[in-house]
Write a protein that binds this ligand. Structure first.
Ligand code: ADP
Length: 496
């Protein structure tokens, strides 16, 4: 159920391989396994247990029992918050190990995992731990005969399904608000990247959470994920992943009318107006598409540039990508971009690059694989210019280090182009004109707009999409709404 592992940076650890149910690691009931592959070397790291529908049932039953158990139900918000902060502390103490696992399993640069992803887990748990004793209902005085008040109650058992692009961040975004509000959870990890969060599971018991409050399972989407979504003992499904899977989940969850939160795909625009600071725009445009190997749901993957500054911007952007996007060994300190997460993703991205070429876009740079010593799912940062709005690379989410640059004439046209998509997750715009900045921000159909930056999301600020990019919000105070019921209690003051 565990294996001793070591990484090229010298870190050694005991990797759990089981399903974490009731504070113990257990085997899968049908002995199902999933191999985890190092995307930088294409070698198998280890094989983890894959949950069957029976295992999902066990995890849900554990969570249901824990929900009513006084060891969790009777805790005050302050006590729940303390447990959450203890888990955050333990994760912080194990930062090097967890960042190493993430680098090996996901292909993220080690430095990014250490300085961004592990701290995000810690910050989100601490942030929502702080809310646990500050999240109250209201008193409503409606006249002399009646007053009413609301209480916030946990939803119950929360099934949470996360993707492979940010395993630690996604786990924290799901666990934080759910635990804060007194729910219990069954968290299903992405089958491609289970190792870092399984390691975090080893710290749950030590932090003092009662058995069954946090259950963490690995398994395939169609098997374990679908079983979780369909389980009648689950009250809520929170999902982050592709729009196609989000739609399937919505359908399945409707059978028992589960509360749902979905955060799905995007094709977020970044608009550069002719009065923008072009150096700033180029720098953020690079961050907005090339970070995390381009595997970001809010990636600003369409850059729309006003005609007068098109050539100047393209030059500066090319220089920014050349200077910063060093592709290579994710354990190497200077590496900005590691491999794509899996062979399937690698091939998918290369397929889009091929389509871009065939449809007549210009390859300004990149456009091909970048193997290291003949191995790994590495792709050169790729920039397409002269992209037309009917091209596949302009319309579809690529989820890789590949961007489409198109031009526009007027502000009106920019807004039209930005909104001409079924998605509505993020958007960025660059201008020095204050009125235009706030005016355009309001016109854009998206859950988040960045003015003069891109993708600088923050756990204290709500995150989520409109249109086919999702339902509901995570993070910030708004994130709590996704995890509690409001019960109204009416008091008749005329009763004698
Ligand atoms: P991606 O295309 O990014 O791999 P998916 O949306 O397919 O994204 O996967 C995101 C998460 O959803 C993963 O944890 C995956 O196992 C899970 N998943 C995939 N298909 C289903 C499904 N039919 N039901 C429930 N969960 C699913």
């Amino acid at each position: 159920m565990e294996v001793e592992l070591s990484a090229p940076n010298g870190v050694k650890w005991t990797q759990p391989l089981g399903l974490f149910i009731n504070n113990e690691f257990v085997k899968s009931s049908n002995d199902g396994k999933i191999a985890s592959i190092n995307p930088a070397t294409e070698e198998e790291i280890c094989s983890v247990h894959a949950a069957s529908a029976d295992d999902v049932d066990k995890a849900v039953k554990a969570a249901r029992k824990a929900l009513k158990d006084p060891s969790w139900k009777s805790l005050s918000g302050t006590e729940r918050g303390a447990l959450m902060r203890k888990l955050a502390d333990l994760v912080s103490k194990n930062a090097e190990t967890i960042a190493t696992i993430e680098c090996l399993d996901n292909g993220k640069p080690y430095q990014t995992a250490l300085t961004e992803n592990v701290p995000e887990f810690v910050n989100v748990l601490n942030y929502y731990g702080g809310y646990a004793d500050k999240n109250f209902g209201q008193v409503m005085d409606v006249g002399p005969g009646k007053f009413a008040y609301t209480v916030k109650e946990p939803l119950g058992v929360c099934g949470q399904i996360i993707p492979w692009n940010y395993p630690l961040d996604m786990a924290a975004w799901k666990l934080g608000p759910a635990l804060c509000c007194g729910n219990t959870v069954v968290l299903k990890l992405a089958e491609q990247t289970p190792l870092s969060v399984l390691y975090v599971a080893t710290l749950v018991k030590e932090a003092g959470f009662p058995p069954g409050v946090i259950n963490i399972i690995n398994g395939f989407g169609r098997e374990a994920g679908a079983a979780l979504v369909q389980h009648p003992g689950v009250d809520k499904i929170a999902f982050t992943g592709s729009t196609a899977t989000g739609k399937e989940i919505m359908k399945m969850a409707s059978a028992t009318m589960k509360n749902i939160t979905l955060e799905t795909g995007g094709k977020s625009p970044l608009i550069v107006f002719d009065d923008a600071d072009l150096d700033l725009a180029a720098e953020w445009a690079h961050i907005g598409i090339m970070s995390n190997q381009g595997q970001i749901c809010t990636a600003t993957s369409r850059i729309l540039v006003q005609q007068g500054v098109y050539d100047a911007f393209v030059q500066k952007f090319k220089a920014a990508v050349e200077n910063v996007s060093v592709v290579g060994d994710p354990f190497h300190e200077t590496t900005f971009q590691g491999p794509q997460v899996t062979r399937a993703q690698y091939e998918r991205v290369l397929g889009y690059i091929k389509a871009g070429r065939e449809e007549g876009a210009t390859v300004l740079m990149g456009g091909e694989p970048a193997p290291q010593n003949g191995k790994g799912f590495f792709i050169k940062p790729t920039v397409f210019t002269d992209v037309k709005t009917d091209m596949t690379i302009y319309k579809e989410e690529i989820f890789g280090p590949c961007v489409a640059i198109a031009s526009f004439k007027t502000e009106e046209e920019a807004i039209h182009m930005a909104n001409d998509t079924t998605y509505g997750l993020g958007a960025a715009l660059f201008t020095r004109n204050l009125t235009r900045a706030h005016g355009v921000a309001r016109e854009i159909e998206a859950g988040m707009v960045w003015i003069n930056s891109s993708n600088d999301s923050d756990y204290r600020i709500p995150f989520g999409g409109v249109k086919q990019s999702g339902i509901g919000r995570e993070l910030g105070e708004a994130g709590l709404n996704a995890y509690c019921n409001i019960k109204s209690i009416h008091v008749n003051m005329t009763a004698k």
